[in-house]
Design a protein around this ligand. Structure first.
Ligand SMILES: [Zn+2]
Length: 1013
């Protein structure tokens, strides 16, 4: 037979585009349109409904950036349409290629009940089926003129990302505003042809099925009268019925589809807009659930449910009903889909506590999957946290974005630093916005790496970010692929149903040990430094506030601020969302975040101050007490308690060096700062060991050009290292000494920026503190602080949640080389047997570690560099401009335990309070340094029980005792939600009024302690 394949394929495309799709709406009449534009921020629904309208016509411009317009459409269904299906078509000026990144609308009836969202791929509103004829139509649309930030030429700097700079030029033109007849048969024919045409394109040309589809499509096209598509579409459909009925082969891949909209809680829009994006999408989805009996929808992020509950109760009522029916499925059990690299141990735990508790309280449901499709990498600490939250599965597709290495599995066991294993699935469809295109379904089946032993994968289906979620067209396509020869099968299934099947069919999956590092978006560990500092400061202050408020409540009867702490925690958790904490949002989001963090710090400082004053007693007593909120004692002040300040060891000196510079000495360390203000030498006095590698100098600031190929705020590309400027010029160099400390102050200028650094030795502390103040006015540059160390090692430790993980210092494999920028929490540690160094940081996360071998002596130089600042121009064109302050420290001679201790101390400075008490005994004490208290708080159930979370921080096996300052009745191991839990693997026994603990490496345990009597 002659090969006419491309001829028929081209015919299908043209006839669909030009004749059949337009015939879905064969008749229409224009609607009358009126508009009112809110003068500033969005107004309440009642106000928008009541505001007076002025006429506006199709083609007219509307919508200053970030503005809200209330648009009213009115019309009459023509009598001739009686008995037919009538829809309103409302095109606000959409670009169909940009679902989610554009203007959007939410349709209301005159009484204020929401109908559905309007989005680029979802512009219809059903009026009646069948219509009566003569019916009056009156609808209101709350239309948001969200500007396009990520345009066809992506990543260009734009001022549109903040309403303060966005201007007022209208962004959109009203397009189609019609009442129209909807011809369902033609619509079904479109979907038949799309499904079969898209499937056909994926099938092998050598296979018979492809040709069967081609011939059926040709017969269908022959059956369509192009001058009467509406009259002949049924005939065309009947030509396709046979090929649509052919069942899938038994070995077909099985896709569990779940309706979804990945809505970033803030990103290219501010938080307040996300509230409305969620309302529009959920209004759409609850409407679709009513129309489509097989369809299921899942929504993650308890925060987003809480927003609709607070701001759109009428939408929330529909969500509640659909959840109760089991068709709207809360997913993920976290407060938001957070970043997981940077949140602290406690914050990562609380993401699950608050997420799961919200779903339990509101809906009585507990889900068991962590749902993080879009998060930029996953720490080795996360599996234990997931397990301790009572969950057991993880879903993400983001690792498919890795630049270099392809991950070997789609379904596997992921093992964390403590040995916890979590059943994990990466959807092979490689997107969280599946739209049921044939190419996506075929890609999922082909791409799935576990074929032969497993058969199921999951496909989150729908437009995210305000694109409106799943469409009726996606549902219709899924129905056709339920059991279709040549295709993977598609069923709507809940995430839990998918995971149960996947786990059952794959009892012995492969194992991946350690972090799931994303080989992309590495700069998110550095961009928007103030957002990151706000997060770290809040985490530290929350620790202190819980500790001191709990102590004050149990000792003095002060009221415990349950509601306030709950609200502050949720605010901090929200800002850990995977585009806020990573610094990848527009300027507006980061400007607001900075103000929010400042307000939270004010509240928390007040809580801490009040609790400490209550514990210290009457200030007239005149005794100065030092409060220690860190988990280890310091200068005779116990951890979690207060005591008088003690003298701190030998005095500190600063002596001028011949040739310039100074030598600092405190009896423990001798630090030589040269004439360039760089650290030439740091000797540990006790061992005589030099820290700085021969021939190099530490605390060297280095400036790189930094213009990645894409994703400016997110990415740093490896070539940034090819060019570097060492900042060695000195404007001034001075030293100061006091009884307790000796310092050298170094001022430099470079480009348009200045930097002042202060290096300080303190009495009794084996640590060099480095305070850096940068007035940063660079463009597309990367600032690093380098510490070349004389340490020979092939790996180093970086702190993560509830422990640390190791990464190589070399680049043997492509997997090692790809980790050229990585995350630490408070420390990086490296050592040779018997001697090590820690580098500690108060608020930076990004770093790199490299090695060189010296020609001079054959020794190895291991260089640790902290990442301080970047200056990308998208999406915030002024990212990080202005003054920043950082604190780092170099700790020579540090074992891993010293690194842990100094890491806590740098963020939890001692606090001095004057009162009458002689001391404040800690509520709990532990007798082993590796047993670290992560949280002391009152139980969330308000029983008055004390909750203490402890983990093993050294990576070893530890036995120890927890003693209490009150008579202990019992200690119950709990999960993170403070429910009794038998999943704790360590030993917890109460003996002689104390708790005996035996923990494995990095094991965490949550204890509920009850006082006797
Ligand atoms: Zn996202």
């Amino acid at each position: 037979m002659h090969d006419d394949r491309t001829l028929v394929e081209s015919r299908l495309k043209r006839v669909l585009d030009e004749r059949i799709r337009p015939a879905v709406y064969p008749e229409s009449v224009p609607l009358e349109v009126g508009i009112w534009t809110a003068p500033g921020e969005p107004v309440p629904v009642a106000e928008g409904l009541a505001a007076p309208r002025t006429p506006i016509a199709v083609g007219d411009a509307w919508g200053a950036p970030w503005g809200t317009s209330w648009i009213t459409v009115t019309g009459t269904v023509p009598e001739a349409w009686a008995g037919r299906t009538v829809e309103a078509l409302i095109d606000l000026g959409f670009d169909a290629n940009m679902p989610g990144f554009q203007c959007e609308g939410l349709v209301y009836r005159p009484d204020g009940t929401p109908v559905k969202g309007l989005n680029p791929q979802n512009q219809w509103v059903r009026i009646a089926s069948p219509a009566a004829g003569g019916e009056q139509v009156l609808l209101h649309v709350e239309a948001a003129a969200n500007p396009v930030i990520l345009d066809y030429h992506p990543f260009l700097p734009t001022e549109l990302g903040d309403k303060e700079t966005a201007g007022d030029r209208p962004q959109y033109k009203l397009a189609r505003m019609d009442l129209a007849v909807f011809d369902e048969t033609v619509w079904q024919l479109v979907l038949d042809l799309e499904v079969l045409g898209e499937l056909m394109a994926e099938l092998p040309v050598e296979g018979a099925r492809r040709w069967e589809l081609l011939r059926a499509i040709e017969r269908a096209l022959d059956a369509v009268d192009l001058q009467d598509v509406n009259g002949t579409s049924a005939r065309a459909r009947s030509e396709l019925a046979g090929v649509l009925a052919a069942p899938a082969v038994p070995s077909a891949h099985r896709i569990s589809a779940i309706g979804h909209a990945h809505i970033d809680s803030a990103w290219l829009w501010p938080l307040r807009e996300t509230v409305r994006k969620v309302a529009r999408t959920t209004a759409n989805m609850t409407a679709l659930l009513e129309d489509e009996p097989d369809f299921l929808y899942t929504m993650s992020q308890a925060q987003q449910f809480a927003w609709i509950k607070e701001h759109r109760p009428e939408v929330y009522a529909r969500v509640r009903k659909a959840v109760a029916e089991g068709r709207f499925v809360p997913a993920g059990g976290m407060w938001v889909e957070s970043d997981t690299n940077m949140p602290s141990s406690e914050a990562m735990a609380r993401q699950f506590v608050h997420g799961k508790r919200f779903f339990l309280d509101e809906f009585g449901v507990e889900n068991h999957e962590a749902w993080l499709p879009d998060t930029f990498g996953f720490t080795g600490g996360l599996p234990q946290i997931i397990r301790n939250a009572g969950s057991k599965w993880l879903l993400t597709q983001k690792i498919s974005w890795s630049q270099v290495n392809r991950f070997p599995h789609h379904t596997f066991l992921w093992e964390g630093i403590d040995g916890t294993r979590i059943f994990t699935h990466f959807p092979p469809v490689d997107t969280y916005n599946c739209s049921m295109k044939g190419s996506e379904i075929a890609h999922a089946a082909r791409n799935f790496k576990d074929k032969g032993v497993a058969r199921h994968s999951l496909a989150p289906t729908g437009w995210g970010d305000g694109g409106g979620g799943t469409t009726r067209e996606m549902v219709a396509k899924a129905a056709r692929m339920k059991d279709l020869e040549g295709s993977a099968t598609v069923r709507w299934e809940k995430p839990a149903e998918f995971f149960a099947k996947a786990e059952a069919e794959y009892p012995d999956p492969p194992v991946w040990v350690g972090e799931l590092y994303l080989e992309l978006h590495r700069a998110t560990l550095t961009s928007q430094a103030k957002t990151k500092q706000g997060n770290r400061r809040s985490e530290n202050l929350l620790r202190e506030a819980e500790l001191w408020c709990t102590t004050a409540t149990l000792r003095t009867g002060a009221a415990y601020p349950y509601e306030q702490l709950d609200r502050i925690w949720k605010t901090v958790l929200l800002h850990q969302f995977h585009d806020i904490l990573p610094g990848s949002s527009i300027a507006w989001v980061h400007r607001e975040a900075e103000a929010t963090y400042a307000a939270l710090a004010g509240e928390l400082e007040e809580l801490i101050g009040a609790a400490q004053r209550a514990l210290a007693g009457d200030a007239a007593g005149g005794r100065e007490l030092v409060f220690n909120g860190a988990p280890h004692p310091r200068s005779a002040v116990p951890a979690g308690g207060a005591a008088p300040a003690a003298a701190n060891g030998a005095p500190c000196t600063a002596v001028e060096r011949p040739g310039g510079g100074y030598t600092l000495h405190n009896g423990l360390l001798e630090v030589a700062v040269d004439a360039d203000g760089l650290i030439a030498s740091v000797v540990e006095v006790a061992s005589g060991r030099e820290t700085v590698a021969p021939g190099s100098r530490a605390n060297l600031l280095q400036l790189h050009p930094d213009f990645p190929n894409m994703w400016d705020a997110w990415d740093v590309d490896q070539f940034y290292r090819n060019t570097v400027t060492d900042l060695t010029g000195v404007d001034s160099l001075t030293a100061t000494t006091g009884a307790e400390q000796a310092s050298v102050r170094i001022a430099r200028s470079f480009g348009s920026s200045t930097v002042v650094q202060t290096l300080t030795l303190r009495a009794g502390e084996q640590r060099v503190d480095i305070d850096t103040e940068v007035d940063w006015h660079e463009t597309e540059k990367f600032l690093k602080a380098a510490f070349p160390l004389d340490v020979h090692t092939d790996r180093y430790a970086a702190e993560t949640q509830f422990g640390h993980l190791y990464r190589p210092t070399h680049t043997n494999t492509s997997w090692d080389a790809a980790k050229f920028e990585a995350c630490n929490h408070r420390f990086v540690h490296l050592d040779e047997p018997g001697w090590g160094v820690a580098l500690v940081t108060a608020s930076t996360y990004g770093h790199d570690v490299t090695r060189t071998v010296r020609d001079t002596d054959g020794g190895t130089t291991t260089t640790v560099r902290f990442s301080l600042l970047r200056a990308p121009r998208f999406p915030d064109p002024k990212t990080d401009q202005g003054v920043h302050r950082f604190r780092h420290a170099l700790v020579p001679g540090a074992a891993i335990g010293d690194a842990v201790r100094e890491g806590y101390r740098i963020g939890l400075p001692e606090r001095r309070v004057t009162g009458s008490a002689e001391r404040v005994a800690p509520l709990v004490e532990l007798d082993h340094d590796a047993l670290v208290v992560s949280a002391v708080k009152l139980a969330d159930d308000r029983s008055g029980d004390l909750i203490v979370r402890v983990y093993e921080a050294g990576g070893g096996r530890v036995r120890g005792r927890l003693t209490t300052s009150f008579a202990l009745a019992d200690a119950v191991p709990c999960d993170l939600l403070e429910r009794p839990w038998d999943g704790t693997r360590g030993e917890v026994t109460v003996e002689d009024g104390a708790v005996r603990l035996a923990l494995r490496p990095f094991e965490l345990v949550t204890l509920r302690l009850r006082a006797a009597g």
